[in-house]
Design a binder for this molecule. Structure first.
Ligand code: PEP
Ligand code: MN
Length: 338
């Protein structure tokens, strides 16, 4: 339930109502805005009805929260949430570019990519240390052995790091050692993992499951936020459809819809979204036009020998060309590169 207080209401009045909400065993939320103070009450709807706030002298309006997710909903929180990762801000004015290889393979690979993408204007370095692969026989990542060379390549080029965690143990191992956790498509509904990253203060890049509905992605984000971590960025990375000409079907509807319904930043992954190198640039442009706050792109010094996702990774030169090609779209969207 959303409770909009009358204008000129005082903090004491808000606190009085928050105490009432709490006394009913509900979770009170205090959301002071520039014009009006809004309170939230989350929990059993029957307890909410008993409060009869619609007749309360401090209250202007009472509205039900119609969406199944609450804390990530724009109904409750109309302003955009700004997510800060290292020196980079995901916000309405900026366009963030996360780039790097699918997997961290070796030091020379990481140094070459980090230097090249930084020079081209990328903000954050991605790279998988723990790789969740469809086949148990595929390269599974360097594990913790890859962390140091990954972190060094990023630090040498003044970039923050984004890497995937696939279980709770990895969250503990990497917390404080990377700038942003990635939850991959295969783990979007791993609720214990969502709770674990929710209990840290490290920002989270939450990727859409390959067969997940938009509401399910937003409810997965709700788990993280409900556990105390509001620094969440959503990622559309394509869904599985009947189409086999591309690896996945990039659902740009999801970008526009999530920007309307949810206050968290949204980025697009045109690499996994298409699985086809030649489609990465056009779909990156489309992502900017659809209102994305950034992109995450796979880049490898020599994609033909990449140990994973060889068909979709860009070379450093192709990444430079991507940055050049999307620049006018970023400007037309009223944004600047972060
Ligand atoms: C990745 O980004 O490396 C990855 C595995 O992506 P996804 O989880 O979207 O398949
Ligand atoms: Mn990949």
């Amino acid at each position: 339930m959303i409770i909009v207080l009358k204008s000129h209401s005082t903090q004491e009045q808000a606190e009085e109502l928050l105490a009432l909400i709490k006394s009913k065993g509900l979770e009170p939320l205090y959301l002071p805005g520039e014009e009006r103070t809004v309170l939230g009450a989350l929990g059993d709807e029957r307890q909410l009805a008993e409060l009869h706030f619609e007749n309360h002298p401090y209250v202007e309006e009472v509205k039900a929260i119609l969406s199944p997710y609450k804390k990530v909903s724009r109904e409750l929180h109309p302003e955009d949430t700004v997510v800060t990762v290292a020196n980079t801000r995901f916000c309405a004015e900026d366009f963030v570019v996360i780039a790097g290889p699918c997997a961290v393979e070796n030091e020379a690979q990481m140094q070459t990519v980090a230097k090249g993408i930084h020079a081209a204007g990328a903000n954050l370095l991605r790279g998988g240390i723990f790789k969740p692969r469809t086949s148990p026989y595929s390269f599974q990542g360097l594990g913790l052995a890859g962390l140091e060379l990954f972190a060094k390549a990023a630090a040498d080029n003044q970039m923050g790091t984004v890497t995937e965690v696939t279980d709770i143990e990895e969250v503990a191992q990497l917390d404080g050692k990377v700038s942003m956790f990635q939850i991959g498509a295969r783990n979007m509904q791993n609720f214990r993992l969502l709770k674990a990253v929710g209990q840290t203060r490290t920002p989270v890049l939450l990727k859409r499951g390959m067969a997940a509905k938009i509401d399910e992605l937003l409810l997965a984000a709700e788990y993280i936020v409900d556990n105390g971590n509001e620094q969440v960025v959503l990622c559309e990375r394509g869904i599985r459809t009947y189409e086999t000409a591309t690896r996945n079907t990039l659902d740009l509807n999801a970008v526009a819809l999530m920007k309307q319904r949810c206050h968290l930043p949204v980025v697009v992954d045109p690499s996994h979204g298409t699985g086809v190198r030649e489609l990465v640039v056009p779909m990156a442009k489309a992502a900017v036009a659809a209102g994305a706050d950034g992109i995450i792109v796979e880049v490898h010094p020599d994609p033909t020998v990449a140990m994973s996702d060889a068909h979709q990774q860009l070379s450093v030169a192709q990444f430079q060309e991507l940055m050049h090609q999307i620049a006018p779209f970023v400007k037309a969207a009223g944004r600047s590169f972060a």
